[in-house]
Design a protein around this ligand. Structure first.
Ligand code: HEC
Ligand code: HEC
Length: 226
């Protein structure tokens, strides 16, 4: 090999190393900007971003001021958080952990750029070990709808949009627009292993109560709600 070729190969090698280092540190900078904002804006005073290390108690869970975000990357659809953090329209009709007060609709707002970096930090918080690999396709699922409304009375606690009208109960998060908000795989994973995500909850445990096929139909119906 001539000296010249060796020199060219060596420079290509060095450039590749330098370039990939720059790229990965740029990615880290974006991620750390999101987590820094999360801390500096006090988001951590209401939201957990790490899985509780040990068993939780009923009183510790009921004292929480906001929903857990340690599995945000598994729960939410790509793109949802970045837009919700700019315009946080209420998801739960009632104030968090309350059965009386209305949701005050006063969630902190972020500007578009900050929201994107916080969203990218949150979407990296995954709970891969709790996610089922069963494929759930969002869609108009008649069986799921009947199970949701009649057999398991999910409707008693969750709002849905029926032909343009809001209908259903208020004690759970609204399930309007889940087609843009929730990852179908997560909905199924929640229904088969609720205790892993929300160990203390007003929502009944359906694992063991509903059959596998029923849970699949429910997840597919919920995942497709407009
Ligand atoms: C005073 C407590 C409080 C603070 C501070 C707070 N949040 Fe929240 N957050 C809540 C509550 C309560 C909800 C539920 C809102 C709803 O259902 O409409 C929520 C919902 C969310 C959700 C949707 C989660 C879900 O499961 O529905 C995200 C994401 C979120 N907050 C991120 C943030 C970020 C980022 C910050 C910091 C800029 C922040 N929060 C600051 C209380 C808080
Ligand atoms: C007695 C009231 C109640 C019933 C019945 C109920 N849920 Fe829930 N559900 C809740 C509450 C409360 C939460 C919020 C979880 C928490 O914070 O503990 C929830 C959370 C959820 C979530 C996650 C929503 C989010 O944005 O975090 C889904 C999906 C869900 N329920 C689906 C169902 C389905 C499907 C059924 C019927 C098979 C059902 N629920 C029955 C009260 C209920």
């Amino acid at each position: 090999m001539s000296k010249y070729i060796r020199l060219v190969l060596l420079s290509v090698f060095i450039l590749t190393v330098v370039f990939s280092f720059l790229l990965s540190s740029a990615a880290r900078a974006v991620e750390s900007a999101g987590s820094k904002t999360f801390i500096s804006r006090g988001c951590g005073s209401c939201h957990r971003t790490a899985r509780p290390a040990g068993p939780v108690t009923r009183s510790s869970e009921l004292a929480k001021k906001g929903p857990d975000l340690w599995y945000a990357g598994s729960k939410f659809r790509e793109g949802f958080l970045a837009s919700w953090l700019v315009n946080p329209t209420p998801i739960r009709p009632l104030a968090y952990n309350s059965l009386e007060e209305k949701n005050p609709a006063d969630h902190p707002r972020l500007d578009v750029k900050t929201a994107a970096s916080v969203a990218s930090y949150l979407m990296d918080l995954k709970a891969a070990d709790l996610m089922s690999s069963v494929e759930i396709r969002p869609g108009v699922n008649v069986r799921g709808r009947i199970l949701f409304i009649k057999k398991f009375a999910c409707y008693g606690c969750h709002l849905v949009n029926v032909r343009g009208n809001k209908a259903g109960g208020l004690s759970g998060p609204s399930l309007e627009g889940t087609v843009r908000r929730l990852n179908p795989q997560w909905i199924y994973s929640l229904l088969i292993n609720q205790g892993a995500f929300t160990p203390v909850s007003r929502m009944p445990i359906y694992e063991g109560l509903a059959r596998e096929a029923e849970i699949k139909a429910l997840a597919s119906y919920v995942a497709g709600l407009k």
